[in-house]
Design a protein around this ligand. Structure first.
Ligand SMILES: [Zn+2]
Length: 369
């Protein structure tokens, strides 16, 4: 087993890339650059963004907006990482695990050639924007299903009957105006304290128990769901996932390759909570989420109230509120929502009038399957 690997280091602030030696240690990586600078990366703070396939270099990132990065050309690095610290590095790709083969038809092979050419000229982010609207819904569904099954296997899901029914009722009212949408929506509740929720391509919305507990009314949850539904319908999620992925996923998506959907879906599950959308995408999800609430006859104040709650709590406990890091509850955002609600005369019917919303967090208390 090798504990020293050659690679490069990017500090996230400047464009320069420095040669570096990466030392594998028990609890993290020690990166020493050619200038003699040493940085310490605990495994818990590292995420893998490339190197899920044998032909790809390994890229690890650490930090938020402009992350630092380490690139290691030799994918053998991952196998040794797993051998040295199997417990703490389980979420990184393990090349010695299961291997999938993407079966390509002749048509797909031809597409590969043209897509590869386009990738060469434009790069993955630009191609993802181009490909996302062309991906078949059936592929998004299979991809989303694979992602959700890997991220939230049945034993992690919360399914207590009365709470599940309450959420289903909200979704029924909320999605009633979407008669033309090709998506079927599923809300999956996961047992965890994080205040977080995110959309998955194909119609899945993952909600953490922690977020449910922070909502004071069904209308507040409806606001969060309306926003996430827009990320799915407008394919922001599909685009963001394709952007973070590699050429292989783009090709699988474009050719509708179901095997590819599964393979790459599993790899993408781990980057789910880290997806960031552009400011335009967030504004669109807010705006059209609010519209959806109004069309469905749901009181839009709930969406605004929930962002107000996040804003207040966010000041005190920023790390705990994961939803904030992907959905900053800024004053500007709240003001925009308020003016949208004011501009549209609306009537709303109270959601779940006979349900005691305080119990919603108990959805995880029943025996899991
Ligand atoms: Zn969002």
């Amino acid at each position: 087993m090798r504990t020293e690997w050659q690679g490069s280091y990017l500090d996230g602030k400047t464009a320069s890339r420095q040669r570096a030696v990466i030392h594998l240690m028990q609890s993290g990586l020690q990166v020493t650059t050619e200038n003699g600078k040493t940085v310490w990366w605990p495994y818990a703070e590292i995420r893998q963004t490339q190197g899920f396939y044998s032909e790809e270099q390994v890229r690890l990132e650490r930090g938020g907006e402009n992350p630092e990065a380490v690139v290691i050309p030799d994918a053998g690095f991952l196998a040794d990482l797993h051998q040295l610290a199997p417990g703490t590095t389980a979420r990184f790709h393990n090349p010695s695990h299961r291997r999938f083969r993407v079966q390509l038809t002749i048509f797909a092979a031809l597409t590969v050639i043209s897509v590869s050419g386009a990738l060469y000229f434009w790069g993955i982010p630009a191609m993802a924007a181009f490909v996302a609207p062309l991906v078949p819904v059936s592929w998004e569904e299979r991809f989303g299903q694979a992602v959700v099954e890997d991220f939230a296997p049945p034993e992690k899901r919360c399914t207590a009957a009365s709470q599940t029914r309450a959420i289903d009722d909200i979704m029924k009212t909320l999605t009633a105006p979407l008669t033309k949408s090709p998506y079927r929506f599923h809300v999956i509740v996961v047992d965890g304290p994080l205040v977080n929720a995110f959309a998955v391509p194909g119609g899945y919305i993952v909600v953490f128990r922690g977020l449910l507990e922070q909502t004071k009314t069904p209308e507040e949850l409806a606001g969060v769901l309306a926003h996430e539904i827009q990320h799915i319908v407008k394919r922001h999620t599909t685009r963001a996932m394709l952007q973070r992925a590699s050429a292989g996923l783009l090709i699988a998506a474009l050719t509708g390759d179901a095997g590819g959907a599964m393979t790459y879906g599993l790899k993408s599950a781990h980057t789910l909570g880290l997806l960031r959308y552009s400011r335009e995408n967030e504004e669109e999800a807010d705006r059209d989420g609010m519209k959806l609430l109004l069309e469905a006859g749901i009181n839009p104040e709930g969406m605004i109230d929930f962002f107000e709650t996040l804003k207040q709590k966010g000041v005190k406990v920023p790390a705990f509120l994961k939803y904030l890091s992907t959905h900053p509850a800024t004053e500007d955002r709240i003001q925009k929502l308020k003016s949208l609600a004011e501009q549209s005369p609306h009537q709303s019917v109270k959601l779940l009038p006979n349900y005691d919303w305080k119990d919603i967090g108990k959805i995880c208390e029943a025996a899991k399957p």
